[in-house]
Design a protein around this ligand. Structure first.
Ligand SMILES: [Zn+2]
Ligand SMILES: [Zn+2]
Length: 370
């Protein structure tokens, strides 16, 4: 048995938001040093990211294993509470325990192994920051994992490939002219423009055979008084598509609709579309490696071949930025209830040991460790 539960039990008590994983990354870096890693980078790319590298000095592949570290903020009874409700504490503990097992019992005999503890997955910007820092340069294979809801896999099972969707957020600001409600002809009502834009987006239709959705999720327009025309309105849209080309088409159509509808009554429209997660692009060789590892560790009958989810995961930013990167991402069954991002999310932590074994088996089958 590895020490994965010890690490989980500690990380679970120190939940921290994206790019603020100060205690988390300090704990991880200290443990890696304690295990004997000498090549440890902290503060990667000016973030809280941690990278530990073990180079065998022998020819072989460069393989990166990635875990995320951040938690979520929940509003519970009017109070903001930080909690690990997406299981990233579990992911970090699995990777930390894997790093410990590797250096103590399974030294890397060929190629180079990189352990990446990534910040800010939930913000959708953590993977970009790590890629900007050059961590993925020269990496041939990348693997990651996520705990899965019980509907997808139960404790003792694992999923070889999770087909995450692409997701995007567009936040638009409509600027008109404020005026007294008695003299509306002197103003430009930003609220009206925002409503037009929402309706215009709702008329977008792509091919019905493609899986996608777009909906407004936030709307703010308030001049502060009831008899004044609001000069500003803010609307957020959430976009989802199962495939990257569908997202590209949807995104373009949404921007056109927002811009044209907003300008129709004289408003100016500005938007921020920087938050975009690309859909999963699993590499066949990586799927096979994960299937093989899951069968070996949990038995063929407990290998769930694939799951399709409308959820997003910023791990796939790496394949988007590095199209030649071979990537695989497995799902860990752990009787997770009632669901990810639910304030009362809990799971059977005994499953984390399975995750460590799956990682080690992948490395073994890649010929990197014995
Ligand atoms: Zn999440
Ligand atoms: Zn997550």
């Amino acid at each position: 048995m590895s020490h994965v539960l010890d690490y989980y039990n500690h990380l679970h008590t120190i939940p921290e938001l994206g790019f603020e994983e100060v205690k988390t990354s300090k704990f991880i870096a200290e443990k890696l040093a304690e295990f004997g890693y000498t090549n440890i980078q902290t503060g990667v790319g000016g973030t809280t990211g941690v990278v530990a590298t073990m180079d065998s000095g022998e020819p072989g592949p460069t393989v990166l294993l990635r875990a995320d570290m951040d938690c979520l903020a929940h509003n519970i009874d009017g109070e903001v509470v930080l909690r690990h409700t997406c299981g990233h504490d579990g992911h970090s503990s699995m990777l930390l325990a894997t790093a410990e097992e590797v250096i103590k019992y399974y030294p890397v005999s060929s190629g180079k192994l990189i352990f990446l503890f990534q910040p800010a997955e939930e913000l959708g910007t953590g993977a970009h920051a790590i890629a900007d820092a050059g961590v993925l340069e020269g990496v041939e294979y990348a693997f990651g994992a996520h705990v899965r809801p019980i509907e997808e896999a139960s404790n003792g099972q694992a999923v070889a490939a999770i087909y995450y969707a692409s997701s995007a957020t567009i936040q638009a600001t409509f600027t008109g002219v404020t005026s007294h409600a008695a003299r509306p002809h002197l103003g430009v009502n930003a609220l009206d423009a925002a409503v037009l834009a929402i309706n215009a987006v709702n008329t977008i239709h792509l091919r019905p055979t493609e899986s996608y959705s777009v909906k407004a999720t936030q709307f703010h327009a308030d001049s502060g008084v009831t008899n004044s025309i609001p000069g500003k309105a803010f609307v957020t849209w959430d976009l989802r598509a199962q495939l990257n080309p569908t997202m590209k088409e949807l995104h373009e159509k949404v921007i056109t609709a927002i811009t044209n509808a907003g300008q129709a009554n004289g408003c100016t429209v500005e938007y921020d579309d920087s938050k975009m997660l690309t859909a999963a692009e699993h590499n066949e060789e990586c799927i096979d490696l994960l299937k093989e590892a899951i069968s070996e560790v949990l038995g063929d009958e407990n290998m769930v071949p694939e799951v399709i989810t409308p959820g997003g995961e910023d791990f796939w930013v790496y394949t988007n930025r590095y199209p030649n990167l071979k990537a695989g991402f497995f799902g860990l069954g752990c009787d997770l209830k009632p669901g990810l991002h639910h304030p009362d999310m809990s799971f059977d932590t005994s499953a984390l040991e399975n995750g460590v074994k799956i990682y080690l088996t992948v490395l073994k089958n890649l010929g990197m460790i014995d």
